[in-house]
Design a protein around this ligand. Structure first.
Ligand code: G4P
Length: 525
């Protein structure tokens, strides 16, 4: 083992950016990559629009949708840290993979559009981070535009998300009157749109500008000082420990588009974001500094090269060092295999990776062996990391084989894709119809595509729309309670589940059947 293995691991910062579409995730990512020297031109990450990622190895759906495999993990070095950013697709590309990605990170950056506040998708992703106790760093974006007041935004964080906040900096005005940010952490003001040499203005011990300065002529400056006083007196205290536990989110204000506040954010973030932490396994916690390699698979991306029908399994290294060509165990199968083909992801390329340490993400060539959640170990180690959580689906289709003669391949395909974790399967109790559940429409499209290409099975899918899903605690349940508005189905483990038409149907059902205990596993988060 190389002598600086420990430093290598501790330099890792592995995170995902969570946000609602259009809050500025792509823009911020791009600025971070520019600082890290991982890309040279702005616009590179926006493969969607520029087409720069149009390489031959996209799966068809990716081509149509413009999702880039290469941008799903981005790596760069900055200030002695090696940063791994994992993409969490939004829009129609939202899927269970998006949630699962959050199981592979050590922290999350939450971007909020200052004019919109907390939006639906951010909240969903936030809940998953919360349940995993992942530290969350908040970047409130688009300060160059008029938005909600910063105090209102902080109140929203507390009320809607139930997380306490500590503003690391504070905006001086916004929109047309945006003068800059008051940096509580570095005790300076960073001015917006001024020459580089004038950009930072130091603050004295009282937190004010010493002597004369043109900023002092603005009433916004006085207003900011008052707000800072209020924060100092009535706001939360800074606590590194509470940040690490995910109980307190440091908040930064800025503008990703104007590249304002981004560098300060990055530098502060790297100081406080955790390096890889120990993870629970069937044999207790596994130390990321332990010399034996281990990791788990959190995502499988199929058919990236239609000519080869290959799949890539995304593995998070959790301990030790990965070396190309090493032999690993897959405890679920009781099998070992040699990892000769591996891929590392860069901002604009895929490279073969020879080595990776705890915190890194690598892509493994998957001949169809892996399932999402699989642990890989070495030597005599046979432990498995905690199971990945199951996420409550929201969208449903009824599925059947188009060609009745192809039932066999249809069943085989469904069984394997469900096992792999690509989609969730339910069966209606009365008629034994097959229903598929997903958190995003993309999962159905990928399913259809893979059934056709990998299993030679054309499928018919009838949209059932969105449902509210509740598992049933009670063992015995009267099947007559099943109706079109509250459909009783079984999950793949034969657990009973109701699919409610809407919120109203759920409440009505609960009133009529107070003895039936319903639960949503994601509510525990
Ligand atoms: P996303 O990945 O979260 O979906 O958001 P993205 O970065 O694509 O940003 C969504 C829109 O918001 C883009 O405008 C982008 O330019 C804009 N934006 C991002 N950060 C800021 C900011 O700090 N201030 C302002 N004013 N706008 C910001 P668009 O017109 O939809 O796209 P484009 O044509 O500019 O690419």
């Amino acid at each position: 083992m190389a002598k600086n293995f420990k430093d290598d691991v501790q330099s890792r910062r592995t995170f995902a950016i969570i946000s609602h579409p259009d809050a500025g995730k792509t823009t911020l990512t791009e600025k971070l990559l520019l600082f890290g020297g991982a890309i040279r031109d702005a616009g590179t990450v926006k493969g969607k629009k520029t087409g720069k990622f149009a390489t031959s190895d996209w799966m068809e759906i990716e081509k149509q949708r413009g999702i880039s495999v290469t941008s799903s993990v981005m790596q760069f070095d900055y200030n002695d840290c090696r940063v791994n950013i994992l993409d969490t697709p939004g829009h129609q590309d939202f899927s269970e993979d998006t949630y699962r990605t959050l199981t592979a990170v050590d922290s999350a950056v939450m971007i909020i559009d200052s004019a919109k506040g907390i939006e639906e998708q951010t909240l969903k992703l936030f809940k998953v981070c919360r349940m995993r106790g992942i530290p969350i760093f908040t970047f409130i974006n688009k300060l160059d535009r008029q938005g909600k007041s910063p105090l209102e935004l902080l109140a929203e964080l507390e009320e809607v998300m139930g997380i306490e906040s500590y503003p690391m900096n504070w905006p001086i005005g916004m929109g047309k009157e945006f003068l800059g940010i008051y940096d509580r952490f570095y005790k300076r003001i960073e001015q917006f749109r001024v020459d580089e040499e004038e950009r930072f203005v130091g603050l004295n011990e009282d937190g004010e500008i010493e002597g004369d300065h043109k900023l002092k002529q603005y009433s916004l400056y006085d207003q900011t000082l008052e707000e800072i006083m209020l924060l100092n007196e009535a706001g939360n205290e800074f606590s590194r420990e509470r940040i690490a536990n995910g109980e307190l989110t440091p908040v930064f204000f800025g503008s990703a588009l104007a590249n304002f506040g981004v560098q300060t954010f990055l530098e502060t973030y790297l100081q406080f974001a955790p390096a890889p932490q120990a993870r629970e396994s069937t044999e207790g916690k596994i130390d990321p500094l332990s010399e034996d390699f281990s990791g788990f698979i959190f995502k499988i991306q199929a058919n990236m090269n239609p000519a080869h029908r290959d799949r890539i399994a995304f593995l998070r290294v959790c301990s030790g060092k990965f070396e190309r060509g090493m032999t690993v165990n897959i405890p679920r199968l009781g099998k070992s295999m040699k990892l000769s083909q591996s891929t590392q992801f860069m901002a604009d390329d895929r490279n073969t990776v020879d080595e990776a340490v705890s915190g890194d993400i690598i892509g493994l060539y998957d001949p169809g062996t892996y399932q999402i959640g699989d642990t890989l170990t070495v030597g005599k180690n046979n432990f498995q990391y905690e199971k990945l959580p199951q996420f409550t689906p929201e969208l449903f289709v009824r599925v059947s084989a188009k060609n009745v003669m192809k039932q066999k391949s249809f069943h085989k395909g469904i069984q394997q894709l469900v096992q792999e974790g690509a989609i969730q399967l339910f069966r209606t109790v009365r008629t034994d119809d097959y229903l598929l559940g997903a958190v995003g429409q993309l999962q159905f499209e990928v399913f259809e595509h893979r059934m056709r290409n990998e299993y030679n099975a054309e499928v018919l899918m009838e949209r059932l729309g969105s449902k509210i899903v509740r598992w049933v605690e009670n063992e015995e349940i009267n099947e007559n309670l099943s109706s079109s508005r509250s459909l009783l189905v079984k999950d793949r483990y034969d657990k009973k589940v109701f699919l409610f038409e809407n919120d109203f149907a759920l409440r009505w059902f609960q009133e009529k059947n107070p003895d039936i205990t319903l639960y949503n596993p994601m509510d525990d988060y």
